[in-house]
Design a binder for this molecule. Sequence first.
Ligand SMILES: NC(=O)c1ccc[n+]([C@@H]2O[C@H](COP(=O)([O-])OP(=O)(O)OC[C@H]3O[C@@H](n4cnc5c(N)ncnc54)[C@H](O)[C@@H]3O)[C@@H](O)[C@H]2O)c1
Length: 339
Amino acid sequence: MAKILVTGGLGFIGSHTVVELQNKGFDVVIIDNLSNSSINVLEGITAITKKQPEFEKLDLREKSKVQAFFKKHADIEGIIHFAASKAVGESVGNPLLYYENNINTLVYILQELKGLKSSNFIFSSSCTVYGQADTLPIKESAPIKPAESPYGNTKQIGEEIIKDTCKVNDDLNAISLRYFNPIGAHESVHIGELPIGVPQNLVPFITQTAIGIREQLSVFGDDYPTQDGTCIRDYIHVVDLAKAHVIALERLLSKSNSDNYEVFNLGTGTGSSVLEVIKSFESVSEEKLNYKIANRREGDVIAAYADTEKANNVLGWTSKLSLDDAMRSAWNWQKKLKN
Ligand SMILES: NC(=O)c1ccc[n+]([C@@H]2O[C@H](COP(=O)([O-])OP(=O)(O)OC[C@H]3O[C@@H](n4cnc5c(N)ncnc54)[C@H](O)[C@@H]3O)[C@@H](O)[C@H]2O)c1
């Protein structure tokens, strides 16, 4: 089976993707610098798949180390590039960290692809590139809006860099996957999300509040023009998301792609409000969540959910797991972390 490099493979989405790749028989080599993950994740992956992936602790900002890595692993046939910094607020305070970690590393990897047996590349992009879209659900053809943060900008620039490189390199085949809101954990509870510090995302904040790490959840705004006044997002189970990466990779390996640069949305197609997510959590966990309504937060998009037609019909992938499934797994994971 093909050997696949997964950068950031010990992170939240990366670790779930490594599991799905190994389940399908792929040989995986992970690069991670552990800046936002733990080495214990390797054990979690091994417990689920009964196979320990190869792991290199390496910081992708070190260009000479990236070059040496690709010399050593010249038989890599596909790359899934998750490694990046992802905290929107931090990116506003420290933009150069984000441009270095999310852009330089991408360039260093793309520069090494010429030497490979076959260069198939998958990039972690985000629905943040759409900003507040003019029409819902959001199609891949929707205009890219000016980025609200340096983090968002790195995803837009990253996509442009890959597209430009594909134009001059016919041997390079790439797919950008624009994720909506990944949540949940593996049902085995061997792996899940490991937020460092105060969670930036809703679901880990909910589970940490319910378990007693955080006192109270603030719902930012209940006066938006939505059915219950709270913001709407497209929450996608991380295991569904991980499976989409395997399908996208198989598309490239089998040369089924219609262009050497393609873009797909990865979402469920259904928008859920903050209050609906809380309700789902309360129902699957049988816990009452301590939350309050707070003022709107600057920069929040009112509603964003995916048009999944292209992912369904062209990529051949559809999300299967429900919001309740995701909330149940996130809660089981949080309870495991406590122990
Ligand atoms: N989680 C989300 O809500 C979301 C949404 C849209 C897009 N994305 C993108 O998906 C990707 C994965 O996100 P995630 O939630 O799994 O994040 P994560 O932080 O859990 O995983 C990223 C991993 O990359 C590693 N890493 C970071 N910089 C590195 C470097 N210089 N060298 C080597 N390793 C490095 C980290 O240690 C971490 O294990 C990121 O590119 C992120 O921007 C995430």
